[in-house]
Design a protein around this ligand. Structure first.
Ligand code: GDP
Length: 140
């Protein structure tokens, strides 16, 4: 398996509860290296652009409102099979269905306020990393 990069976001429900370090410990414990990280407060336009693929979903407006409700921590994770490995340690979208030990099982508040975002493919990872970071920001 090749060394991959993926985009992770620690969502406002987690930053609000001061869980950035706890989430990072889970990521690092899963063998992922945090090679870039920045804490930002997204504007509505930025959140809409990031989640544009979900524009037609019934929860789109709620999701955007949630994502601008507090700071987020965007990060680039690097590791073997990083996209899949991150999805594994994140757990299922709905914390009720997430496996024990996953970030969402331990920290998520609801299907919406589920603590973390992770790219779902290598193709989307490249697009999402470029949304937040330039090449110079990423130090492998
Ligand atoms: P993910 O890849 O596991 O994050 O899940 P999706 O790509 O399907 O959804 C994106 C994000 O939208 C999720 O992480 C949740 O924050 C939110 N979301 C997903 N499904 C629902 C839902 O049924 N209701 C609400 N309110 N939010 C949802």
């Amino acid at each position: 398996m090749a060394l991959e990069r993926t985009l992770s976001i620690i969502k406002p429900d987690a930053t609000r509860r001061n869980l950035t370090g706890a989430v990072n410990a889970k990521l690092e414990g899963a063998g992922l290296r945090i090679v870039a990280q920045r804490r930002v407060r997204l504007t509505t336009a930025q959140a809409e652009a990031f989640y544009a693929v979900h524009r037609e979903r019934p929860f789109f407006r709620d999701l955007v409102t949630f994502m601008v409700s507090g700071p987020v921590v965007a990060q680039v994770l690097e590791g073997e099979n990083a996209v899949a490995r991150n999805r594994e340690v994140m757990g299922a979208t709905n914390p009720a269905n997430a496996a024990p030990g996953t970030i969402r099982k331990e920290f998520a508040e609801s299907i919406e306020a589920n603590s973390v975002h992770g790219s779902d493919s290598a193709e989307n990872a490249a697009i999402e990393i470029a949304f937040f970071f330039s090449g110079l920001d990423i130090v492998g």
